[in-house]
Every structure is written in structure tokens, then in C-alpha cells.
Ligand binder design. Sequence first.
Ligand code: NIG
Ligand code: FE
Length: 409
Amino acid sequence: MLLIKNIGILQTPVGTRSLCGKDQAKNLKLYNAAVAVEGGVIRKIYRDGELSDICGLDCKVIDADGGLVTPGLIDCHTHLTFGGWRQGEIRLKLNGATYLDILKSGGGILDTVQNTRKMSEDELYERSKGFVEEMLGLGVTTIESKSGYGLNFDDEIKQLKVNKRLNETTKADVVSTFLGAHAVPTEYDGRADEYIDYICEVVLPEIKKQKLADFCDVFCEDGVFNVEQSKKLLLCAQKLGLKSKIHADEIESIGGAALAGEIKAVSAEHLIATDENGIDCLRRGGVTAALLPSTSFYLNKNYAKARTMIDCGVPVAIASDFNPGSCPSLNLQLAINLGYIKYRMFPEEILTAVTLNAACAIDRGESVGSVEVGKKADLVVWNAPDFETVCYRFGTNQVKTVIKNGEVV
Ligand code: NIG
Ligand code: FE
């Protein structure tokens, strides 16, 4: 058994479903608490004074030293298996190019595709494993990882196999998403419709056969894949059992949020340019909004209307969007800081956004995302007295101890 004791504040959202509206700010706060863990699962939560001598000889004790304990953080949107970096793009932007200009001229995502295709599965695995370990050290215990830098049969499958290996061999849970429609590959230049058909007819059936992904995602954006192409792909994936996610309204609002609501996507991501109508579609469709403030920062763009979304009853999650182009940071604590200052969300809302709502954005609300008896023992002991402090301090790792499946990472 593992006992985490002397917890100053145990703070967590509660439940297995995403929280919206005023409920997003509801966190359970237990003072002077302790948590008992057995078999990787939370067995009992003790309140002040309840804890008598329950520890046997084989019991390991972690002293939280009066600090804060929360659920392990969940990063529900990353692109972490990629080759190379793209540091040269900033200089192009300083000279006036936009993100989409760079993509259209064969750079951007397509540049990373070339570098990812060059890597063997083992090389890609080793590099991505390093990122997962770094994320664990920053308090992230569950990670969604998208493909989308292969853009052909072999290299997309290679990325998804890396996701599977990361899930099996690292301490983190890694949830795999197929993003074959991340850009139109140069081989299909000007033939986006044919590329979507190829994915539907050839690539998706193989992914299903090998059980390589839980979700299918698409970059629904002006000049990339339009709403009609995105819908065709996601419905085809749904038929094969892959749940839907959409990169929607990152740069232009072309109807991605409305599509997410219409096809009941589990989550819609980015939503920087989403208008009130789009927000209403998300609410009616029960879609979780996965917002990525570090990307707004790095693209020097507007921030998604998180406050309006929460006030309108859309459940909001926050993720890093770690990737080599629009967000070369895997630090979810930075996204927490930006959520506080730029989205004007309250600390309790932010905690829900990076735990339970993030879990629901990857359909894992039953097993992770809150500190409750029966859920996985994924916990962070912070070097901070409360979550307000975690939101307030930035640029430093505030995590003291990370526990995943009941084991210290
Ligand atoms: O979420 N927008 C599409 N995909 C990523 C960026 C990928 C890249 O630039 O390499 C995103 O921002
Ligand atoms: Fe992304």
C-alpha cells in the first residue's frame, strides 16, 4: 500500500463526466487529508483526524509536507511524435510570412513530414519517449498523441505504432489519435478529395485492424481540409469505431465548430476564431472544447473565448498542443498560467480543464481526471500551498512528486 499523508489541501473536480457552466468551478477541497492507494488504484481518502495507524510494514509513505495534491494533469492534445524542429520559421514570420503562407509554400507541417518520414520507428520512439518522460516530470500522467506527420500509409502507421509502444512502455497513459488529414501531402497536391478517399478506403481499415487509434482528427481549416471533406472522413472513421476530434477554427472560422456539434465529436480543438453560433453548436452537441493557449501565444494570435464558452455551458479543457510548429512547448503548466491570465479563468475552472474535462476530451473520464475512490492513483504533490499559486507562478516547474498508477515516477 502507498499512503500520501500530510496533504495541506487535496483539490479535485468530482465525477466521470465533463463539467460545464458553473460546475466547471466546482472543486472538492479537503484540508489535512491523506490518500491510500493499493494496486494502482485510489482505495480511501481520509479527512482531517481520521487517519489512525493504518499503515502496515509493507506500506510506503509519501509526506506531502502540508502542500497541495491534485489529480495527475492530463494533456489531451499533443503532436509529440515528430522529426526535427522548425526554429527557422520564426525568422520567416519576422519577415512577414504567415503560418498558412509557410504551409502553402511546402514548409510548416510538410517540412516536419519530411523529417518524420526519414526516421525509423525505433528512432521516433526513442525521441518521443524522451518527451513523455519530460512531461511526466511536469505532472502530466495521461497524454493524447496525434499522428499526422507521415501523411502516407507506412509513416502514419509508424507514428501510431510509436503511440502504442509509448503507452505500453512508459509510465504515462498515451491515447492514440489518427490525424492523417493534417495537411494535403505533396503527392496529392491539389487533390485533397482523393487523399480523403485514400485514407477512408486504405489507411483507416488498417488502423482498425491493428487497433492503433482511439480517435480520428482532421485539420479543418481554410486551404487545408474543408468542412465537407472533414465530415466525410470523420463519419467514415466513426463507422469503423474511431471517435471524432476536430482541429476547428484555429486560424479562420470556416464551420469546424458547427461540424463538431453536428457529428457529435468528443472534442473540438483550438477554436480561436469560433463565433457565438459555433459556441452554441458545441453546447448543443455536448462537445468538449479543448483550448490551447500556448499556441495563441506562440502564433501571436487571439485567445479563444474561454469565458464565453464556460458561461454558455460548453465544457472547457486546456492542453499544450505540443508540436514543432505552432507550439514547441510541452509544458502544460505554462498553458495553466496562460489560462489564468489570458482566458481569465478561475483556478478551480483551470484545474477542471486540465484534469476531468481533459480526461473527457479523450473519453477517459471513468478512470482518470479526479481523485476519487476507484479511479487510477494518478496524483501530483505540488511545491505550492494551493492551486492559485500554481496558476500564478510561471516559468518554473512547481511539481514536487508525481504518482502514476500508484507508483512514484
Ligand atoms: O495544432 N494546426 C494544425 N496542427 C498543429 C500544428 C502543427 C504544425 O505546425 O506542425 C496545431 O497547431
Ligand atoms: Fe494541434
